[in-house]
Design a protein around this ligand. Sequence first.
Ligand code: FAD
Length: 314
Amino acid sequence: MNVVLVEHADGAATDLSLQALALAADLGGEIHAVVIGPGGAAAAANVPAAVVHVAEHDALGAFAPDAWAAILCSTAERIGATAVVAPGSGRATDAMARAAVRLGEPLAANCVSITPGDPLVLTRVRWGGSLLEEARLHAGRALLTVAPHAVAAIEAGSPGSVQSFTPDLADVDLVVSVRDRVAPPAGGVSLADAKVVVTGGRGVGSAEGFVVVEELADLLGGAVGCSRAVTMSGWRPHTDQVGQTGNKIAPEIYIACGVSGATQHIAGAKGAKRILAVNTDPEAPIMSVADYAVIGDLHEVLPAVSAELRRRRG
Ligand SMILES: Cc1cc2nc3c(=O)[nH]c(=O)nc-3n(C[C@H](O)[C@H](O)[C@H](O)COP(=O)(O)OP(=O)(O)OC[C@H]3O[C@@H](n4cnc5c(N)ncnc54)[C@H](O)[C@@H]3O)c2cc1C
């Protein structure tokens, strides 16, 4: 028997969690799921697992990674799970690292395939996505996270049963928790959900230069992203950053403007179905991953595309 951490938002399991459930199926055996906190019971109704365990506790309104770790460890222990699988989100990875410390077991992060057996044979994404590693996991209880957007998500569906429980949480489990949230500007499309992402890199030249990137994103109903060179320059907030140390996104099309295409950047855009590069340099590394390219100055190309879109829409 194995257990999967299922994160939820707006009453439904997240896509990354459905990807984790899909990969966990390769372990064989019955799959249980754990959902945590307010809204968990509603989300559980569409989690396709044999049993969904819903952790309910007054203190779970805000994300607390040690509390999540405690819940994962106690649930795994209670049901005798041989593996604990989690989505590759920041929160789940944080909680799983803490669970690994509690259990004294290794954590295998960013898995993309599993061959059951003893030891488990895993394929993991390493080095910002530039390398696939085959690893053998020797552990009493396997702790795995699933690389974002590398595995097709399982369809949402009805669970066999849903069981609510109140986890036993100590004060120390709640010392680290989210105390405040800064909401993005209202009305925008989030990078995580956007079907179109228009990203600007150092080639944009300045914070003010992003006007042309924002305009195109707006016309396409998309979100604005940026590279780390941009966040390091203070032109955009880190919440806009795409890459190994930023957001991992999966839009239908990724329009990368003035971005060289460093492996650490592309690590965040690997889930994109198509990449369009706009760059003055035909030899830029991004050309090796781009499906389409426009060789030119983004400050000429983007306004021209935006003007044409506006003209066609009358
Ligand atoms: C541990 C680690 C983690 C990292 N994590 C990330 C991460 O999460 N995300 C990330 O992005 N980077 C990350 N980096 C940094 C990464 O290695 C690169 O330095 C960074 O992505 C470069 O950003 P850039 O492409 O915007 O800038 P540059 O590499 O300077 O590229 C600028 C590009 O713009 C083009 N250009 C210039 N002017 C124009 C113009 N007018 N029109 C069109 N094109 C133009 C140039 O030809 C060039 O290709 C990380 C690095 C490390 C070591």
